[in-house]
Design a protein around this ligand. Structure first.
Ligand code: NAG
Ligand code: NAG
Ligand code: NAG
Length: 211
């Protein structure tokens, strides 16, 4: 990646985020379930699990936040996205005795943000309910307004500029994670979109123990 900022990344990001919002977890669930040879009588069990997982899981989280792109960098926040959901679903199905039949590798688009150590800002009610924090609350609202789906071309172009100003020039990203807000001091290369394999079938012992 060159050191000049590439707006295409934001374009791809916008398309991606819009898609995510619309496709939702249902498709993740649907595509994973089609890879099983049989669900049989476990189906009701599984349907219940999906609901429980939905209730207890943390807020759907698209971003993975790391200190830098190096493989040994610190991961500040793990994403809680489609790939994670599919992994939990597989684990549950194995528990219920389902036979896994797919051998094809599973690829997911992941979005990485690069930042220094995050600072905790507070939860929803603290930030939006405390008069002393109203400037922060307004700033966060404005930040998320630039990420709204279904924008006209003009709004979209304007939002791109706003996002660029905030993330690259102000080096600020407000991360919403599990109903709480964090400030990320962003740093180069700020953001990357990577299409990578997240293996479902256990290739090493470490994962084996998890399942
Ligand atoms: C998941 O939770 C959301 C919000 O509570 C709800 O609107 C949605 O219908 C739930 N989805 C499923 C599959 O239970
Ligand atoms: C990561 O690995 C590189 C080389 O492999 C090393 O130079 C660097 O110090 C490591 N960083 C950390 C945080 O461990
Ligand atoms: C939000 O944070 C405040 C103060 O840190 C705490 O008193 C409150 O219980 C929290 N609310 C929720 C819903 O977690």
């Amino acid at each position: 990646m060159s050191s000049t900022f590439c707006p295409n990344i934001f374009f791809v990001l916008y398309v991606y985020v819009s898609l995510m919002l619309e496709v939702d977890l249902f498709f993740c669930w649907f595509s994973s379930s089609t890879q099983f040879s049989s669900l049989g009588s476990q189906f009701n069990h599984m349907a219940q699990w999906v609901q429980d997982d939905n209730r207890t899981g943390i807020y759907y989280e698209t971003w993975t936040v790391r200190s830098d792109p190096a493989p040994n960098s610190t991961v500040w926040f793990e994403s809680y996205d489609c790939s994670q959901f599919v992994h939990r679903a597989y684990r549950k199905l194995k528990e219920l005795g389902a036979k896994l039949s797919s051998r094809s590798p599973t690829y997911y688009t992941k979005i990485y943000l690069y930042s220094g150590e995050p600072t905790y800002l507070g939860n929803d009610s603290a930030i939006f309910g405390t008069p002393a924090l109203q400037n922060l609350a307004a700033d966060i609202r404005k930040f998320y307004f630039t990420f709204r789906p279904h924008q006209s071309f003009v709004d979209f172009a304007f939002s791109l500029l706003e996002a660029y100003k905030k993330i690259v020039l102000d080096k600020t990203f407000y991360l919403y994670y599990n109903f709480e807000y964090w400030h990320l001091p962003m740093k180069y290369p700020y953001m990357q979109i990577v299409y990578e394999e997240v293996p479902l079938f256990l290739k090493n012992r470490w994962l084996e123990n998890l399942y």
